[in-house]
Design a protein around this ligand. Structure first.
Ligand code: CO
Length: 135
């Protein structure tokens, strides 16, 4: 089994500080940390959703961020589903062999020292899928 668990759900927001206020103070999720991911051009906030699962709010940094494009066409809301894997290279290799369309052929650096890669929604029935390998 290459996929171990659902790691987090990514939500696109226009204003991260405002959204943090809602998720922490109104909805009661515990804020774990805020990170700037330069490579992905987003500022993100991770919240614990119990056990190992989390919610990731993402605000785009600049108009060329993929999240900015998402907000423009779809508005705020669920943007991706992230699954935890043990060996991200092995999963990418396996998917590639099976003809899955990869957005990232090689892992990029994610929050908290993790390595991540995105899979194109056209290979997943419309869901942007993120692979996450924890350090
Ligand atoms: Co994510």
């Amino acid at each position: 089994m290459l996929i171990e668990a659902i790691d987090h759900i990514g939500i696109a927001v226009k204003n991260l500080n405002e959204a943090i206020g809602v998720y922490r103070d109104v909805l009661g999720f515990r804020l774990e940390g805020v990170h700037t991911l330069k490579e992905r051009k987003v500022k993100v906030a991770f919240f614990s959703a119990g056990d190992e699962s989390r919610i990731e709010l993402q605000e785009p940094l600049g108009g060329d961020s993929p999240v900015a494009k998402f907000l423009e066409t779809r508005g705020e809301g669920i943007q991706h589903l992230a699954v935890k894997v043990k060996d991200i290279e092995a999963v990418l290799e396996d998917f590639k062999k099976k003809g899955v369309t990869l957005i990232d052929e090689k892992p990029k650096s994610g929050a908290g020292g993790s390595r991540i890669a995105f899979i194109h929604p056209k290979s997943t029935h419309g869901v942007l899928l993120e692979l996450v390998e924890k350090p």
